[in-house]
Design a protein around this ligand. Structure first.
Ligand code: SAM
Length: 249
């Protein structure tokens, strides 16, 4: 075993809390992040050649699921959301964040390397990564080896459905315009991000199984709290409320 794994980078993403993050990468193309490459790994030559790849694997630590001594919190069986949250499978038959070693693995779109104020960043999109996530490694995605035609995928045979129509309150519409001023890609891109996330229905599986659709939900995204509720098939975006204070991102 390697005596001590080293962080090679730190994620800065639009996701400031676990709730609402897509459960796998690639589900919301607009979900962007940067991996800040940490010294002594922040050398341009360490990434030379990577720009000819469209996607990369990111190996990372589920840092918000660690015990105080850095180990994973785990149980032998877990209840995947894809099974409605009430059927158990073995932890090693799942992509649960609660594992003996709290390691995650995501294939994401690689948008390129950038250097700003001396720091080196890998820009990525389609992420399922929390802001502040420590990164252990980056590797190019190799379709000939990593994409297997005819592979079986048990209880998760296809991507979760994206459903519902988005309706913005007048207040949320105005707030979205305002936050979009600082968002790369502007209003259309921010709208796509919000739409992509909410149409995946981030509610916990046990809530989805109830008939009661009246509850109001909120997730922290970028520098605001996004509040919404469901009315029939419509997803009503109520408020985008500014959050005060710094984050790690
Ligand atoms: N694609 C990865 C994998 O399969 O290993 C992650 C899958 S995991 C089910 C994705 C969820 O992990 C996200 O929805 C988010 O709630 C959570 N997550 C993301 N980054 C995290 C972190 N640094 N610490 C704890 N949980 C995290």
């Amino acid at each position: 075993m390697p005596p001590e794994l080293q962080r090679i980078g730190l994620v800065h993403s639009c996701f400031r809390e676990k709730f609402g993050i897509p459960r796998q990468p690639g589900l919301v193309a607009e979900a962007r992040a940067e991996i800040e490459i940490l010294p002594p790994f922040d050398r341009d030559e360490a990434f030379s050649g990577l720009d000819s790849f469209s996607h990369i694997w990111v190996i990372f630590v589920f840092h918000q699921c660690q015990t105080e001594n850095g180990q994973g919190q785990w149980k032998a069986t877990v209840r995947p959301p894809r099974l409605g949250g009430n059927q158990r499978v073995g932890v090693f038959a799942s992509r649960s964040t609660f594992r003996p070693n709290p390691l995650g693995l995501s294939v994401v779109k690689f948008e390129g390397m950038a250097r700003r104020q001396g720091k080196l960043y890998a820009q990525i999109s389609g992420v399922d990564l929390l802001d502040g996530t420590p990164v252990l490694d980056i590797k190019p995605y190799l379709p000939y080896a990593d994409s297997l035609a005819g592979a079986r995928s048990g209880y998760a045979p296809q991507a979760p459905p994206s459903q519902g129509r988005l309706r913005f309150s007048e207040q949320a519409q105005a707030q979205c315009q305002q936050f979009a001023r600082d968002y790369p890609g502007g209003h259309a891109a921010l709208y796509r991000l919000i739409e992509g996330l909410l149409r995946l229905d981030p509610r916990p599986a046990y809530r989805r199984n109830t008939q009661d659709r009246s509850e109001r939900y909120a997730m922290r995204l970028l520098d605001f709290d996004l509040h919404w509720e469901l009315r029939g098939d419509d997803i009503h975006v109520l408020v985008l409320a500014q959050v005060d204070g710094d984050s790690t991102g």
